[in-house]
Design a protein around this ligand. Structure first.
Ligand SMILES: C[S@@+](CC[C@H](N)C(=O)[O-])C[C@H]1O[C@@H](n2cnc3c(N)ncnc32)[C@H](O)[C@@H]1O
Length: 405
């Protein structure tokens, strides 16, 4: 085994007091590439310069069925809607759809399922217009099991959402099963340890992937695309069709000191329905490039916007519950430190991969003191959040300056 070279270390203190010892090569930033704070400005890269990205992050309180977005202005959709026929979302659907309320009231499961999806369909149609050609829509959803009017059955949300996107002209791509082990009592639904009426436990959700039009095109050797490449071993893990990621705590306002969660409590629900940060982080890294714009029409606590912020992409979130939407502010404040921790962890993991690999990777990375397996990885440049400025409260809007790690 060939030992990998040691990185050069330059201890640095960042604005949240976090000290990193990551290799920080001298930068040659072309300041003329930095624009004057235009909304959702794309990052521009001069040849031979290091990317210097400015992004915007906006969380709008409102109904995603009515969101106003320019056609083609969004590069990636990442979202998790309220799950039809999962009881914690009944009140939300009933508030927004008379048909859903009436069907639930009368115990008509099929009609309730369809009415709830009809509401989601309106959001898919709206956001589909906003997505660019070649843009990816990533929808995380779980199926529901429920006994309504005496009948226990599965409500296959993922299948119904596939139909909706196919009807809207999207091509379905191979998706991901997100496996999240549960200890819940649901494990023993049905006849327990007796055949034949015991039921399999739903311990997975779906990450459905669709593309609008054909593959997205980039200019040859596009700087943003190559800086946003992922390491070989990351590709192997992220593009596996089964992710094992633990669910996140979803308690609202339990005052345990976790700022990202504590600010959301307004007494309307006990759980936020938040997905773990790792989920949108992966999707943002896999299906967008630095400087892109990511949309989440059901943004909840703002996890997707946080993922975009951490990775140097702009974001727009829509959320009908103002208490949840306001919570993004607390999450955003921690982004500078967290972005550096994440970048450092990725590099550390990569160096470990190189050290453990029998064969020395063929290429030298341009910006880090490490080797990489493919030539496409050579120009990888991880982004961190350098400065964050709150620009407006209504809608909540931040401007971030990023710098390469
Ligand atoms: C599954 S949760 C999303 C959680 C989010 N991924 C997170 O990490 O916090 C779905 C969210 O959609 C919101 N919602 C429901 N109907 C909506 C609508 N018509 N427009 C916008 N948001 C809506 C709910 O309030 C809820 O916060």
């Amino acid at each position: 085994m060939t030992p990998h070279r040691r990185k050069t270390t330059t201890p640095r203190t960042h604005n949240l007091g976090i000290v990193t010892t990551a290799a920080t090569p001298p930068r040659d930033i072309d300041r003329s590439c930095v624009g004057g704070g235009l909304p959702n400005r794309k990052a521009r890269y001069g040849s031979g310069t290091v990317p210097d990205v400015e992004t915007t992050h906006e969380v709008r309180v409102g109904d995603a069925r009515e969101v106003d977005l320019a056609a083609g202005s969004v590069d990636l959709l990442v979202t998790s809607p309220p799950y039809p026929m999962v009881e914690m979302w009944d009140a939300s659907f009933a508030d927004q759809s008379r048909a859903a309320a009436a069907a639930l009231e009368s115990g008509d499961g099929d009609a309730a399922f369809e009415a709830m999806h009809a509401l989601l369909d309106e959001v898919w149609a709206r956001t589909a217009e906003a997505l660019r050609d070649g843009g990816i829509a990533a929808v995380n959803v779980g199926d529901a099991t429920r006994r309504l009017d005496g009948e226990y059955r599965l409500y296959p949300n993922h299948a119904r959402i596939i139909e909706a996107f196919e009807d809207a002209g999207f091509a379905q791509l191979p998706g991901i099963v997100w496996r999240k082990p549960t200890n819940s009592a649901a494990k023993f639904m049905g006849s327990g340890t007796l055949p034949t009426n015991a039921y399999a436990t739903l311990e997975h959700e779906h990450v459905l992937l669709f593309r609008k039009g054909g593959p997205r095109e980039f200019p040859p050797k596009d700087d943003a695309r190559y800086a946003s490449a992922f390491f070989w071993e990351e590709r192997n893990e992220w593009f596996s069709d089964c992710w094992e990621i633990r669910g996140t705590r979803q308690a609202l306002g339990d005052g345990d000191g976790d700022a990202h969660k504590d600010v959301y409590g307004d007494g309307t629900r006990e759980r936020s329905g938040a997905f773990p940060l790792e989920l949108p982080l992966r999707l943002v890294r896999m299906y967008s490039v630095q400087g892109d714009t990511v949309l989440d029409p059901f943004v909840g606590t703002g996890t997707t916007c946080l993922a975009a912020l951490l990775e140097g992409r702009s974001s727009i979130g829509v959320e009908r519950d103002p208490a949840l939407a306001a919570g993004f502010e607390a999450a955003a404040e921690g982004a500078p430190g967290l972005s550096r921790e994440l970048a450092e962890a990725r590099l550390e993991q990569h160096r470990k991969f190189v050290a453990d690999r029998e064969e020395e990777p063929a290429y030298e990375a341009e910006h880090y003191d490490t080797r990489v397996v493919t030539s496409a990885e050579r120009r990888i440049q991880l982004q961190t959040v350098d400065q964050l400025r709150k620009e407006a409260a209504e809608p909540l809007r931040f401007v971030a300056r990023h710098e390469p790690f």
